[in-house]
Structures are given as C-alpha cells and as structure tokens.
Design a protein around this ligand. Structure first.
Ligand code: ATP
Length: 429
C-alpha cells in the first residue's frame, strides 16, 4: 500500500519527485516541511509550476496538526507542461527606493484550476541601499515613543501589491476557496521571519554592503541592521528641540534582505534565477538593480565572473542544451542610457532611439543583437560592452558607472524568430 507521503505527493502532482526527495533523505511529510525554497533546486524541483505546488503543499502541511493523518488534498487538474508559446505576456518590471541598492524580477502565477492564461508576476531585489526618508513607502505603523531608551520606531512595508496579480481563480490548487487561502497566505506573510514567495509578481529585496575602507577609516557608523531575512532597521540619530539626542528606528519589510555576508550566489538564487526559468516558459522578465553611487550595483550585477548577468547566462545556456529547447537561439544586446541618450555598447556607442510600436511596446530602434552560442561568447560580448561604458569618479566611488546599463538576452525561435527576453538593469545615481 502506498504511504501517506507518496499519496500526498501524488495528490499535489509532485509524485515524479519522490525519488529525488528520497535520495536526499526526505521520506516523510515531517521531513518535507523542513525544505526551504533554496532547497527546491537542490532536490531537482526547477519548473516554476512545480516549485509553486511544492511551496503550497509545504504551507498546507505546516498548518496541519497531525501529519500522520493529514487532511485529504484535492487532486489538482493536470496542467499541460508550459511550452515556449511566445504568446504576448505582460512585461514585468521592478523598482523601489534603496538604502544601498536593489534588484527586481518577474515570475508567472499559474492558476491550476482554470484555462486562464498564466498571469505574470513581478519580483524585485535590492542591493545595499539607503532608503530615502522621503521615499514612496509611507509608515504603515508608527509606534509610540519609548521614553526610556529614547528610541522611536517607524515601520514601512515593501510587500508586493497583490492586486497586480489580475483575476483570481475561485479555487486554489488544493480546492481551498481563494478567500480562505488568501487569509492563510496573509497570516504567513505577517510572520516576517518566514521566507517570501518566489512566485510573487513583484519582489523587492535589499542587499546591505559592508562598510568600505574609506568609511571605516573615517570611523563611520553602520546604521543599517538586518533583523531577519525580511526585515531591515535603519537607525537615524536625531535631536529633539530640547537638544536631547535620540534614535529613530525605521523598520522596513522587504521580500528578501541580504546581509553583508551574503554573496552574489545567494542573491542570484533568490532573485534572478526564477526569471531564467520563467523566460523558458515564454515569459518576459526584468531584473532591476538600483541604488546610490557606491552601493554595490556593479558588484552585484556586472562582476565579470560572479555577477548576476553572468550567472543567469550560464543557466540560460545550460537550459538551451536540453533537447526540448533546441529550437531556440540566444541573442544579446547591451546598451546604456547616459544623460537621457541611448548608446549601443556593442556597436561603437552608436546613438539609439526608443520608439513605440503599434502595440504600445517600447522598441529600441537600431539596437544590434548578436547571436551567442556559448557562455564564453557571451562573456566576450559583455566585456567588450563594459569597456566602453561611461564611467567617472564620485565622492563615494572612484570607479563609478555613470549610466543606466541594460543587458538584454533574447531567445528567438530559430524558424519563426518570435522571441522572449530577459533584461538586467543596473541603474544608479
Ligand atoms: N556586497 C559587497 N561586498 C563587498 N564589497 C562590495 C559589496 N558591494 C559593493 N562593494 C564594493 O564597493 C565598491 C562600490 O561598488 P560598486 O562599484 O558596485 O557600486 P555602484 O553602485 O555600481 O556605484 P556607481 O553607481 O557609482 O557605479 C566596489 O569597490 C565594490 O567592490
């Protein structure tokens, strides 16, 4: 007789991963609930739909009181495997104000119960950014002043706007009415120590960079503290009218917060990687990094061996090697926006123009796209473009990139030339 573990996976449409789970010692519902989203790729769950199912299943199991006798789950209708459909999908872009710098991405929200088109979701990541005090988010909660330790707390939330998701299905994949599922999801979200959903349409993340030598030698103080994987506190020294000193604590909630010890790989896995998978299902995605000068945008996005662009390209070529994607070819374009003008970095800095086509899509007229068939080729093209970018010196960065750079990877159908694309923006001021 099949075990409860096997039956549960079967009901959730994840039975084909049972051997993978078992190979990693995950052979019970209890052990399944210990999986984090970072582990999904490790155990071989890579398609967005399956990752979403697994996430929902684990959330469902976490709400169960008795895992030896879980509530029976409705079997979700079998979804056709996402193909490279090239149907036009809404573009996903991300943005947010940074205390040091940010990144953004987009993912599909696949409804398992209807024939609706999968709805694109957006996500964003931030790097080491200092959040401007007059920035968009308004304080969600203002705590009363604590007279004892002279600390005032103000909370801000950067949670994505769920309304962006478009029409909601009446039932979710487990047959739970959406209103109840949403309540459960909100309860989950209220606990900021839990991981955020990689499937959100827009994700805003922050990466904190360590103090650099110049800041250390000037005895500057680190005012940003990472509380947990979703919460960052900025301590702002202030003085009252009676000259009493106090600290105002601004607490920000993001989809992901990366502390100084996070490396580019950690950031990539939790931000850009889901986008790579998404474009192979026909979607269009944008990963957007921004922050003030010296905050670490170039370090995160453009590092020649370890940047998010390079990591994404490596994964794109790995996927292109699969037989199911042999009908696709990758092309790259690389341009910058400098002083409101567009320049093609792969074509002698030729001036480009942004135009709108008949379907209101922005098209970069004249942009040269180069076919690339290996990671090495893409690196060569990338290095060539990087060398001709506009740079300068700012007070905070002696090698400052003074422009908004866009590295674009387009997958085209070899015959029809229809395309999907992923864009990486590095944008600072
Ligand atoms: N997370 C980090 N860990 C270690 N060093 C970092 C980190 N982030 C940035 N740095 C270092 O800080 C310096 C400035 O970073 P970077 O050039 O990436 O900033 P930027 O945001 O691109 O600035 P600009 O807008 O002026 O081009 C670099 O020397 C970089 O190596």
């Amino acid at each position: 007789m099949a075990s409860i573990f096997a039956n549960t996976l079967l009901a959730a449409g994840l039975d084909h991963y049972r051997d993978n789970f078992t190979a990693f010692g995950i052979d019970s519902l209890q052990s399944l609930t210990l999986l984090t989203m970072q582990d999904y790729g490790v155990v071989g769950v890579s398609s967005m739909e399956d990752r979403k199912r697994l996430f929902q299943l684990i959330q469902h199991l976490k709400n169960e009181t008795d895992l030896s006798n879980p509530t029976p789950l409705l079997i979700p209708p079998q979804q056709p495997k996402p193909q490279m459909s090239f149907l036009p999908k809404p573009a996903a872009t991300v943005s947010a104000p940074l205390a040091q710098s940010k990144i953004t991405t987009s993912l599909p929200n696949v409804s398992a119960t209807t024939n609706e088109e999968p709805v694109l979701q957006k996500a964003s990541i931030q790097r080491n950014v200092t959040i401007p005090r007059n920035s968009t988010p308004t304080p969600a909660v203002e705590d009363s002043e604590d007279e004892e330790n002279e600390t005032v707390k103000v909370k801000y939330s950067f949670s994505p706007n769920r309304n962006l998701k478009g029409p909601q299905p009446l039932l979710n994949v487990y047959g739970v009415p959406t209103s109840i599922a949403n309540q459960q999801q909100q309860q989950t979200r209220s606990n900021t120590s839990r991981v955020a959903d990689l499937n959100d349409r827009i994700r805003v993340c922050v990466r904190k960079r360590p103090l650099n030598k110049k800041e250390l030698s000037a005895s500057q103080v680190d005012v940003a503290t990472v509380l947990d994987r979703r919460t960052l506190v900025v301590n702002e020294p202030k003085v009252k009218v009676d000259l009493t000193k106090y600290v105002e604590q601004h607490e920000f909630t993001f989809d992901e917060v990366f502390d100084c010890d996070a490396n580019n790989d950690d950031v990539y896995r939790r931000s850009a990687y889901p986008l790579v998978e998404y474009i192979f299902s026909g979607g269009k995605a944008t990963c957007f990094a921004y922050g003030q000068t010296g905050s670490g945008k170039t370090h995160t996005m453009l590092d020649e061996t370890n940047g998010l662009y390079v990591k994404a390209c490596r994964d794109i070529f790995k996927l292109l090697e699969r037989p199911e994607y042999e009908h696709l070819t990758a092309y790259v374009g690389f341009y910058e926006i400098y002083q409101s003008q567009l320049y093609d970095l792969l074509n002698g800095r030729k001036r480009l123009h942004a135009r709108e086509d008949g379907k209101n899509n922005v098209v970069i007229a004249g942009l040269q796209e180069y076919e690339v068939n290996s990671v090495q080729k893409i690196m060569d093209v990338f290095n060539h473009g990087s060398n001709v970018r506009s740079t300068g010196v700012t007070g905070a960065n002696s090698d400052s990139s003074r422009s908004h750079a866009i590295f674009q990877v387009v997958l085209k159908h070899k015959k029809s030339k229809k395309k999907v694309q992923v864009e990486f923006h590095r944008f600072g001021w």
